[in-house]
Design a protein around this ligand. Structure first.
Ligand SMILES: CC(C)(COP(=O)(O)OP(=O)(O)OC[C@H]1O[C@@H](n2cnc3c(N)ncnc32)[C@H](O)[C@@H]1OP(=O)(O)O)[C@@H](O)C(=O)NCCC(=O)NCCS
Length: 114
């Protein structure tokens, strides 16, 4: 059963390096730091921000409070974003994100596995 959904859109030029400390967990920050191109860094940050806001909204609808830096999103071998944390028993979270030149968008669904 779906408990919550969330979506968020972020204007890429609202994102800056200072914000990265508030958006990214240490593991994500390591990946971000290794990105070479500024444009790629911006879209990565903006995409993470939008996706995390979407996750916060979806969890909120499922009566769970989560904070941005406690959320860890890492991409798998096929570059698919995976929510690593938080990891609640009996909840499944599906996420997706996309970026264009000016905007990034994130989407999340929280489902009960009971
Ligand atoms: C995977 C694919 C859909 C990504 O689309 P895109 O327009 O390049 O990129 P978007 O900005 O929309 O999305 C990028 C994000 O999607 C996610 N993503 C990448 N590959 C993914 C995959 N296989 N599955 C799910 N999510 C994926 C990542 O989170 C990525 O952002 P991040 O690297 O910052 O985390 C695209 O690369 C692809 O393979 N398309 C198929 C094209 C095709 O078959 N064309 C045939 C003729 S037109």
């Amino acid at each position: 059963m779906i408990l919550g959904i969330g979506v968020d859109i972020c204007q890429n030029n609202r994102i800056n390096v200072e914000l990265s400390q508030r958006i990214l967990n240490e593991l994500e920050f390591e990946f971000y730091n290794n990105l070479k191109l500024d444009a790629r860094k911006t879209e990565y940050l903006s995409g993470r921000f939008a996706c995390k806001e979407a996750i916060i909204k979806a969890f909120s609808q499922a009566d769970k409070e989560v904070y941005m830096r406690d959320i860890i999103i890492l991409n798998d071998d096929l570059n698919r974003p995976q929510l690593i944390k938080p990891n609640f028993t009996n909840l499944k979270v599906s996420i997706s994100l996309s970026h264009e030149k000016d905007y990034s968008i994130g989407f999340a669904i929280v489902e009960s596995l009971d």
